[in-house]
Design a protein around this ligand. Structure first.
Ligand code: HEM
Ligand code: HEM
Length: 189
């Protein structure tokens, strides 16, 4: 009887310890499941857009690889637009977990600014892309195409800053910020 109670208490303590570990360091508050999945799916698709957009230039006009890369770019870009609308709606109704209290005000501003610009990028860039390929877009001039091309470099820069910041937090500051955006593994007891 006493042995059973002792065992149960040990199991409970082990579970509490594992829970503590799984929370990472100080950032116990995470993004919710939908925000996490939307983030990684959209991030992967955005990277695919750079890969396709910059790769097709290496192939001759009218060649098969160029044709397929272009098609993939348009299909993925359109899915990004749908995902971006869903994601923005989700974010407006589900606030992000608060940033660590010890973060410097300048870093908080920088983080908010980059995140805001990234949301804007995934909404605006596909619209410009769609305008570039449609008759309506062509009727309003070359600016959607020119802006799409210039924006691709600006977005690449913002993404680079964003990724560098994520790794800086994880490996230099070691505050576990990256874990807020990683799906939680349910610990086995
Ligand atoms: C977030 C989404 C997107 C990103 C990050 C993106 C990125 C890019 C990049 C990097 C290029 C190559 C730029 C260069 O040659 O220097 C490009 C070109 C292009 N993209 Fe996108 N794109 C996106 C969405 C779309 C969508 C949805 C469409 C159309 C439905 C589209 C249509 C085009 C077209 C037509 C070009 C070639 C423009 C030209 O050279 O005439 N893009 N895009
Ligand atoms: C592949 C490398 C990437 C890594 C390691 C990464 C990492 C992260 C992390 C750790 C956060 C949470 C920051 C926090 O806790 O406050 C975050 C948020 C965010 N990321 Fe990324 N990210 C990546 C790529 C991207 C890309 C390509 C985009 C482009 C759209 C993007 C857009 C965002 C946005 C908009 C947020 C803010 C989310 C919100 O507050 O709703 N990320 N990212």
């Amino acid at each position: 009887m006493f042995a059973k109670i002792h065992d149960a208490r040990l199991r409970l303590r082990r579970r509490a310890d594992l829970h503590q570990q799984s929370k990472g360091t100080m950032n116990s508050e995470r993004y919710d499941k939908a925000a996490i999945w939307l983030h990684w799916v959209v991030a992967a698709m955005v990277l695919a857009q750079f890969a396709t957009g910059w790769l097709w230039g290496f192939f001759e006009r009218g060649s098969e690889p160029r044709f397929y890369l272009f098609r993939i770019h348009i299909v993925i870009g359109t899915i990004i637009l749908v995902a971006a609308v869903l994601r923005t709606g989700w974010r407006l109704t589900h606030p992000a977990p608060p940033l660590p209290a010890e973060m410097r005000p300048a870093h908080v501003v920088l983080a908010r600014l980059t995140h805001g610009l990234l949301y804007l990028a995934i909404l605006v860039q596909p619209v410009l892309g769609l305008l570039t390929i449609t008759a309506f877009g062509k009727s309003i001039g070359r600016w959607p195409r020119d802006l799409h091309l210039s924006l691709s470099y600006i977005i690449a820069l913002i993404v680079a800053v964003h990724v560098a910041a994520a790794f800086w937090h994880q490996y230099l500051r070691k505050d576990g910020l990256l874990l807020r955006m990683v799906p939680r593994r349910v610990p086995r007891t």
